[in-house]
Every structure is written in structure tokens, then in C-alpha cells.
Design a protein around this ligand. Structure first.
Ligand SMILES: C[S@@+](CC[C@H](N)C(=O)[O-])C[C@H]1O[C@@H](n2cnc3c(N)ncnc32)[C@H](O)[C@@H]1O
Length: 251
């Protein structure tokens, strides 16, 4: 997978890395002290947890952070000829918005988000736009406030919609509502590209066992997409993610 940095994210990433390294080192230090003065088992467990935290963060950053190429040709999957209007819901720093914008010429990619900064350090429309500028697609993107649960667009406004790592945070009813809104704003014949983390060895490690428990499998996502009234046309393999390309039927 192609990797490069999302520029406006870097300062916060270093801050987060410093916090994780500090906490990991503290656990290892406490573990060593426990090993010497209290109990070897407690020492190993505490130091081991510190090391696990560090490695899990590193894995999470490599697999889920930064810039990652989509697992298929987006232009082909979404049938983009260049002049389309595409919506990216929960766009964050613009990862998918930028990938879509690169498939457009006269078209436009619109990213909407509630800009949660705990989930995504540095999250803001300005950061997303700076990333798009840095990738040479600033002219073809627009970032604005928007909630996937109540999209502020007319029915059938978009030729395609992308949604990356957003709905997995929601309980089932909100997942359904979000997919319903996506279907509503898609034109008949328009396509959705959905990419959500699923249960796998890599997510067990990167999300820690606690986060992993909240994840679902491929069948879950496929069923929800179909229940929302979209027809699944492809699901390219991608380690740790359910990737679904689905179409809003014409009728
Ligand atoms: C894990 S990030 C993924 C960002 C981006 N799609 C990507 O693949 O890098 C999830 C994003 O969803 C946004 N988000 C959370 N709840 C939302 C909602 N109800 N509507 C729109 N965006 C939301 C967060 O602010 C965050 O930017």
C-alpha cells in the first residue's frame, strides 16, 4: 500500500506519539520496579502492557493513519468520467476526498464532517483543504460542516458517495440512518464506496481487544448496505477493512 504523510496532521501525530511513548515507558518502568520489589508476574504483566500499547499504536498508525491508497481504482469503481459531483461523508483530513478529486477534472468532490478532534487530531476543514492543496487538487474540493445522519443536500444530489471509517463508530440504528441518508443523496444509478474496519488479526492488535469488540464482520456491512436499498456490485479484498461498492438502483 502506498504511504505518505497527511501534512497538516504531522504535529499532532508527533504529540500523540510522545504521549504514547511516555505512557509506555512509564508502564515499563513500573513493571521493572514491580519485578524487583513486588512480584515477577506483576512486573512482566505491567511492562508487557506498556510494550503492547506502543506496538499497537505503531501498527494503528501504519494501517489506519496517514495516506493510504484505496484498494481499487476509484474512478472505475464509482464510474467517474471526470465531470461528476462526489460527496465524501466523515471526510476528516480529506483522505478519500483527495483520492476522488484526483479522478475528476471539471467535477467536484465535497467533504463533510463534524470535525471530531479527539478522533482525528487536527481535524478541521482548513486542514483538509491544506492537504488537498498539497496534493494539487485544491481547486476541485470543498470541505464543509455536515452530519451523515442529517445531510444538508437535496435528494439525488450526488453521482457518487464515499464513506471511510465513519459508520463503525455508530450503534446499529445510526448506521442504518447514515446509510439511508447516503442513499437519499445519491442519484439513481449513483454509487457508494464504503470502507469500514472489520474484525481481523490486524484490527485485534491495532484497536486493542476492547476496540476490537465493537467491530463487525463483512457480512454485517453487506447486509446493512443492502437493507438501505443499495445493490452491492463489488467488494475488493482489503486487509482489516470491509470494502463495498454499491449502487442505488435506477427505479
Ligand atoms: C476515523 S475518521 C475517518 C476520516 C476519513 N474518512 C478517513 O478515511 O481518513 C472518522 C471521521 O468521521 C467524523 N464523524 C464522526 N461522526 C460524524 C457524523 N455524524 N457525521 C459526519 N462525520 C462524522 C469524525 O469527525 C472523523 O473525521
Amino acid at each position: 500500500m502506498e504511504m505518505s504523510g497527511l501534512k497538516t496532521r504531522s504535529n499532532r501525530i508527533w504529540f500523540a506519539l510522545a504521549v504514547v511513548v511516555g505512557m509506555s515507558a512509564a508502564f515499563v518502568g513500573i513493571g521493572v520496579a514491580l519485578w524487583f520489589f513486588v512480584s515477577r508476574i506483576a512486573g512482566y504483566a505491567t511492562a508487557g502492557f506498556g510494550l503492547y500499547m506502543f506496538v499497537a499504536y505503531a501498527v494503528a498508525m501504519v494501517v489506519f493513519g496517514g495516506r493510504r491508497a484505496p484498494p481499487c481504482d476509484l474512478a472505475e469503481a464509482l464510474r467517474l468520467g471526470g465531470g461528476e459531483t462526489v460527496l465524501d461523508v466523515g471526510c476528516g483530513l480529506g483522505r478519500l476526498t483527495i483520492d476522488v478529486a484526483k479522478c475528476l477534472d471539471s467535477g467536484r468532490a465535497v467533504g463533510v464532517d463534524v470535525w471530531n478532534r479527539i478522533e482525528v487530531p487536527g481535524n478541521s476543514p482548513e486542514s483538509a483543504h491544506a492537504n488537498a492543496e498539497a496534493e494539487g487538487v485544491g481547486e476541485r474540493v470543498e470541505f464543509r460542516d455536515g452530519d451523515v445522519l442529517a445531510l444538508d443536500f437535496e435528494d439525488g444530489s450526488f453521482d457518487a458517495v464515499t464513506c471511510g471509517s465513519l459508520l463503525n463508530h455508530f450503534p446499529i440504528e445510526k448506521k442504518r440512518a447514515g446509510l439511508g441518508e447516503i442513499r437519499r443523496v445519491l442519484k439513481p444509478g449513483g454509487r457508494l464506496f464504503l470502507m469500514e474496519p472489520v474484525r481481523s488479526l490486524i484490527t485485534w492488535f491495532a484497536f486493542t481487544p476492547f476496540g476490537f469488540m465493537g467491530l463487525k464482520d463483512m457480512k454485517h456491512w453487506r447486509r446493512l448496505v443492502e437493507e438501505a436499498g443499495l445493490r452491492v456490485v463489488a467488494s475488493p479484498a482489503c486487509g482489516g477493512f470491509a470494502v463495498i461498492v454499491a449502487e442505488r438502483p435506477e427505479a
